[in-house]
Write a protein that binds this ligand. Structure first.
Ligand code: KG4
Ligand code: ZN
Length: 338
């Protein structure tokens, strides 16, 4: 089955063709970072307009790169939610229309299910069941994954998501949007011994997270050292302490989730799973606990069309599809996916 995937939940237009026999046939990604950078965050209306501009040319490009024509396509998958309502509608409307005109089924996919499943395209691929750590700009969740669509949320952030905390802390350090990768790059020059940030909610039982206090801690540290001569080093040291605190907290809760469930496989996904500090920490955890750790390649951690094509393909193969009366779901919990 050859599936066209369309991702437009936020500020990336992602298109891909995935074939369950041949794998990823082609992919194209347009990032709107430059559009939103001057506003310091995503402007929803601009995001929708940019998706509309880019969707058709990118689909044409993916068809050309793959050597496919519309008659080769067996289904169209699009991101149904969660995400920005206008942005979701651009992809959903085009996907639904293409599927109608090509006379193939269309299916709305849960964006986080796309993130969660895309590590299964790597070699080696994780087998069910596993614990998934989903860390993106909007979500931080620990999920027990027993199979396709069988997701139990074990814990999640009660306030800011990990990516959101990275972005907000980066902003207060004067770094450009989106701050996560920039803060992480800056942290490489930081002294890990200088500041110690808290590990939120690790002293309490349970698997929930809270990251909003860390940005306040970063702000206070920044203000308390205003007289430092070397401001760049100060920024890097704060970035380092922040990153270590987020990574250590995530690892602590992963360990607890593995212990609680008795599972031996851990899979990370979502934008923050591209973070090198987190990846290094997981390698340490792997050696320490004798577990298996899986992660997508960095380009598939952040939003992309492949994850939607792949999750869509798995579900279309089960015979799922949506009728012509499509809808998007800006807020949508993974637990209500079926
Ligand atoms: O999964 P994603 O592309 O979009 C959402 O579904 O939210 O995640 C984007 C988030 C942003 O907050 C971004 O700053 C963060 O992932 N991110 C990173 C890194 N790369 C992306 N955070 C820390 N370190 C990185 N290397
Ligand atoms: Zn995402």
């Amino acid at each position: 089955m050859n599936v066209l995937g369309i991702e437009t939940s936020c500020d990336e237009t992602g298109i891909a063709l995935y074939d369950n026999d041949k794998g990823v046939l082609a992919e194209a990604l347009y990032s709107q970072i430059a559009t939103h950078a001057e506003y310091g965050g995503v402007v929803p209306e601009l995001a929708s307009r940019d998706h509309i501009r880019k969707l058709s040319p990118l689909i044409t490009q993916v068809l050309k790169d793959s050597g496919c024509t519309p008659v080769d396509i067996d289904g169209v998958a699009y991101t149904q939610g969660p995400g920005l309502v206008g942005a979701l509608l651009t992809g959903a409307a085009l996907a639904r229309s293409l599927a109608w005109s090509w006379d193939v089924p269309a299916l709305g996919v849960h964006h986080m299910e796309g993130h969660l499943l895309v590590p299964m395209l790597e070699d080696p691929a994780p087998e069910f069941p596993f614990i998934s750590l989903l860390v993106s700009g909007g979500h931080t969740q620990l999920i027990q994954v027993d199979g396709l669509g069988k997701y139990q949320i074990l814990g999640e952030s009660v306030d800011d998501a990990a990516g959101e905390a990275f972005d907000k802390t980066a902003k207060l350090l004067g770094l450009d949007y989106p701050g996560g990768p920039a803060l992480s790059a800056l942290a490489r020059q930081g002294n890990p011994e200088r500041f110690t940030f808290p590990r939120p909610m690790t002293k309490r039982p349970g698997l929930d997270f809270s990251f909003s206090g860390l940005k306040t801690f970063a702000l206070t540290t920044w203000q308390q050292h205003q007289d430092d001569n070397d401001r760049e080093q100060l920024k890097a040291d704060i970035a380092k302490a922040f990153e270590i605190a987020v990574v250590e907290t995530l690892l602590f809760k992963c360990k607890r989730a593995l212990k609680q469930t008795g599972l031996k496989r851990l899979v990370i996904a979502g934008g923050v799973s591209a973070n090198q500090g987190l990846r290094d920490g997981l390698t340490r955890l792997q050696n320490e606990l004798g577990i298996e750790v899986f992660s997508p390649r960095p380009a598939r951690c952040t939003d992309n069309g492949i994850m939607i094509a792949y999750a869509g393909c798995l579900r279309l193969q089960r015979g799922e599809s949506n009728d012509l009366n499509f809808q998007v779901r800006p807020r949508w919990s993974l637990e209500n996916i079926n």
